[in-house]
Design a protein. Structure first.
Length: 495
């Protein structure tokens, strides 16, 4: 298995660090790089992350700057994580040793999470805050106004709570050089917005690559999780090849793979960029658009799901989609055992029922849905997709995620209740959409209800596998609600 990867390594001209060095005690675990080799003469990535106490200690900063300069490899990167009030002084100290500032990057929401690393150059940062990162409308207007002026960008670099500064030797190869070379062309200066996975450093990384002048988004690179020991296949491009045509016929644009490769023990795919803004950004900015976003998404889901072949609920299929995850999760909550037993009884009663086998995306979060000014839909991140899923599972997940996005993901469990509890504020509207899909796919209420359970079992089981023992676990909380004998939602026959 490939080692964990720090997002800071992706700034290096080679996209990886063989022998990093950390100076200071304030580098978060999520950013700390790991050694790949036992020893080397020089370091290709040096993280300078002092605490305030270290910076106040006489001589600490000059010694660290001198050591960084002496230990830095020819094309190496020094990455500075310095607290507010000390940033200019730290950069000055490193500059006095012959290093130059190559990029300033905002870490959002904070250093510990660092879900987004955004270069504070005008066009890439404006794209990030307009199309990728969900924040309140007033914050977006304020940030975009600051980004439009050089002095505003300098002010953000000084005042934002979490900032990083990439420095290098004057004649070093440029940052992200590996990203500019992926298509086999001549290397050129580029910059990128870096997104990390909620799964942490063992998850995927997504880089929105911009042209050398920073004005144009040219492609999106996705670096997947490490390959399993017994498997070196690149999965997502194959899935895209299988499902893209159907998704497009149904009315959604999907990325086109440009380069498929293995990259340091991980799958890499460079793909075309889609147009528009993410639905997560749209809903965070204007929650009133929840109804319109939901309708557009359901229109596409209906056309896409109707392309699926007919099938039936075989015992094997029910065991895989419902019984196995229910048994897996049963020990994790008080009513889990009884819930699993009830589901097994439902599966036994529905075995042999006719049901479509549509393609499913399986991660239809609003961050993966883009809408342009004309309302045209694009869908990205097909890593979890499959050709033969259960109907409605994308719908149930997407409705809750859209409701959560409209409140900037403050409470996913409440978003679920808003959509599916009897008195939920969105329940009537979601019920109409569900009824439309159920009738279009000719699903009986009992089958639709079983698909409802399958949806939340899938996401809770996935959450459990990816983050064992972690907290909070929103999908397990949702499943507890679903499993409760007190939970009730309006069925189509009652509407």
């Amino acid at each position: 298995m490939a080692r964990r990867l720090s997002p800071l390594e992706l700034l290096h001209p080679d996209g990886v660090s063989e022998f990093p060095l950390v100076l200071g005690s304030a580098c978060p675990a999520s950013l700390r790089p790991e050694h790949r080799t036992v020893s080397t003469e020089l370091s290709d990535l040096i993280v300078v992350a002092p605490t305030r106490s270290e910076l106040r200690a006489p001589g600490w900063l000059p010694r660290a700057a001198r050591l960084a300069s002496e230990m830095l490899a020819e094309d190496g990167v020094v990455y500075v994580l310095s607290p507010r009030g000390w940033r200019r002084r730290t950069i000055r100290g490193l500059s006095s040793q012959g290093l130059v500032l190559a990029a300033s990057l905002a870490h959002l929401p904070d250093l510990d999470d660092s879900r987004y690393l955004v270069p504070l150059s005008s066009d890439p940062a404006s794209y990030a805050f307009s199309s990728v990162i969900p924040i309140a409308a007033w914050k977006r207007r304020l940030v975009l106004s600051a980004l439009s002026r050089s002095e505003g960008r300098h002010l953000l670099a000084r005042l934002l709570p979490a900032m990083g500064f990439a420095m290098r030797r004057p004649d070093a190869r440029p940052l992200f050089d590996w990203l500019s070379r992926l298509e086999g062309g001549v290397a050129s200066y580029t910059t990128a917005i870096l997104t990390t996975s909620w799964r942490g450093v063992e998850g995927s990384f997504v880089l929105h690559r911009f042209s050398g002048d920073g004005r144009r988004l040219t492609a999106v690179a996705k670096i997947g999780p490490p390959f399993p020991l017994d498997d070196d296949r690149v999965e997502e491009p194959t899935i895209l090849e299988q499902l893209a045509a159907g998704a497009r016929r149904a009315g959604a644009d999907v990325p086109e793979p440009l380069v498929v490769a293995s990259w340091n023990g991980r799958p890499l795919m460079l793909q075309s960029a889609v147009s528009g803004r993410s639905a997560a950004v749209i809903l965070a900015e204007s929650p009133r658009q929840l109804s319109d976003v939901s309708w557009r998404l359901v229109e596409w889901l209906q056309r896409w799901n109707q392309q699926g072949p007919g099938g039936e609920l075989t015992e094997e299929r029910l065991a895989r989609e419902v019984v196995a995850p229910a048994r897996l999760l049963a020990p994790l909550f008080a009513e889990g055992g009884r819930y699993a037993e009830r589901l097994e009884a439902r599966c036994a009663a529905l075995a042999g029922e006719s049901v479509p086998s549509p393609a499913t995306h399986n991660d239809l979060t609003m961050a993966n849905v883009f809408l342009d000014g004309a309302g045209h839909l694009s869908v990205v991140d097909w890593e979890a997709a499959r050709e033969d899923g259960l109907p409605l599972v994308d719908f149930y997940y997407a409705m809750v995620d859209a409701a959560a996005a409209a409140s900037r993901y403050t409470d996913r469990l409440q978003a679920f209740r808003d959509c599916f509890a009897r008195e939920g504020k969105n329940a009537a509207a979601v019920g109409q959409l569900e009824g439309r899909l159920r009738r279009a796919l000719r699903l009986s209420p009992p089958v639709a209800e079983l698909c409802f359970h399958a949806c939340w079992l899938h996401h809770a089981a996935n959450e459990s596998r990816m983050n064992p023992g972690s907290s909070p676990r929103p999908f397990l909380s949702i499943l507890r609600s679903v499993a409760s004998t007190e939970f009730s939602r309006l069925h189509e026959t009652q509407r």
